[in-house]
Design a protein around this ligand. Structure first.
Ligand SMILES: C[S@@+](CC[C@H](N)C(=O)[O-])C[C@H]1O[C@@H](n2cnc3c(N)ncnc32)[C@H](O)[C@@H]1O
Length: 316
């Protein structure tokens, strides 16, 4: 630091994950570290981009089906949302469901979650709101206040596509085990034209590139990293075998970068895999949810089958 102030000690969890990923034969960083307050704000900017039609398409489906979806929650029941972000889509369901008793937004971006909860408490004073700052790739403990309420899970935004299928199954299976769980509403991006899928993750304005590079900014600020983000180029590619978009940062030149007490060598052109967005078909969604103890009850899609809101019922 210019003023000589001591650097804060590295965040041990971030440093541990970064070293594990950056010293592996194929370098990677876990996408959950994309989301601090800046990362969450950048993601919100992505949702307005002309290339990123996922949010607009899903929102249109949620608006058209809001009554049906809200009725999945019995009177006084709770809606539990994973990766709630700004909870913008949730408002569509809350507006259609004045009978809901509680809302539980679960998100890793703690400050953003707290701000969102404050705004929701102001706008929905009748609703009991219990934000949970947690990593949903591990089982999330629900607040004790929910014990006696029926529950419906909500996981919009195609965020499930960012998870390895085994972790996605674990999350869904955990929710299947909630006492008195009634349904799960899952937003999923569908396989479509490759050019449209790639464009959604590689916008002309470079907002997605800045969002993905935010992980290097965080490593510098929170884990004593010395990355120059300008020495990495952003790349989004369609991986047809895995049915996913891969988002990577590619070293523009050979370089060695310091991270806390470690030196990380990069070859010119070497990628760091940062995030993936898996795309599904109705068959692959049905197989995924079945492995977690759910039955695919309905796929609500837009007229062009670009996106689906799946209603899952507990398999009995
Ligand atoms: C793709 S955004 C979706 C936001 C919002 N649900 C929507 O549909 O627009 C993913 C959200 O999940 C959160 N998130 C990502 N990884 C997470 C993790 N491992 N645990 C908890 N939240 C996570 C992010 O902070 C972000 O708010």
């Amino acid at each position: 630091m210019m003023d000589g102030a001591p650097l804060p000690p590295p965040n041990p969890d971030l440093l541990h994950d970064a070293l594990a990923g950056l010293t592996a034969p194929k370098k990677s960083l876990p996408p959950k570290w994309l989301y601090d307050a800046r990362g969450s704000a950048l993601f919100e900017a992505i949702t307005d981009l002309p290339e990123y039609d996922l949010t607009r398409t899903e929102t249109a489906i949620l608006r058209a089906e809001a009554g049906r979806l809200a009725r999945l929650v019995p009177p006084g029941g709770a809606l539990v949302e994973f990766g709630s972000g700004a909870s913008t889509k949730t408002r569509t369901l809350l507006d259609a469901g004045p009978h809901l008793g509680a809302y539980v937004p679960v998100d890793i971006s703690e400050a953003f979650l707290a701000e969102t909860a404050t705004a929701l408490r102001r706008d929905y004073p009748h609703l009991s709101i219990h934000p949970v700052a947690a990593d949903f790739t591990a089982p999330v403990a629900l607040p004790a206040e929910l014990a006696d309420r029926s529950k419906v899970g909500f996981f919009p935004g195609s965020t499930i596509g960012n998870l390895d299928p085994a972790i996605a199954v674990r999350l869904l299976a955990h929710a299947r085990g909630w006492p008195d769980v009634r349904a799960f509403v899952l937003g999923i991006d569908l396989v479509k034209d490759e050019a449209a899928m790639v464009a959604a993750y590689d916008d002309a304005a470079g907002v997605t590139a800045a969002f993905i590079a935010n992980i290097l900014v965080r490593l510098n600020a929170e884990a004593a990293g010395e990355f120059d983000p300008a020495t990495f180029a952003y790349r989004a590619t369609w991986n047809v075998e895995a049915a996913r978009i891969d988002m990577e940062l590619v070293s523009r030149r050979a370089q060695t970068i310091r991270l806390a007490d470690h030196e990380i060598p990069f070859e010119a052109g070497e990628p760091i895999h940062v995030s993936a967005s898996r795309k599904y078909t109705s068959d692959s969604v049905a197989a995924l949810v079945c492995d977690a103890g759910w039955h695919l009850d309905k796929m609500l899609t837009d007229p062009m089958d670009r996106f689906a809101v799946a209603i899952l019922a507990p398999e009995v």
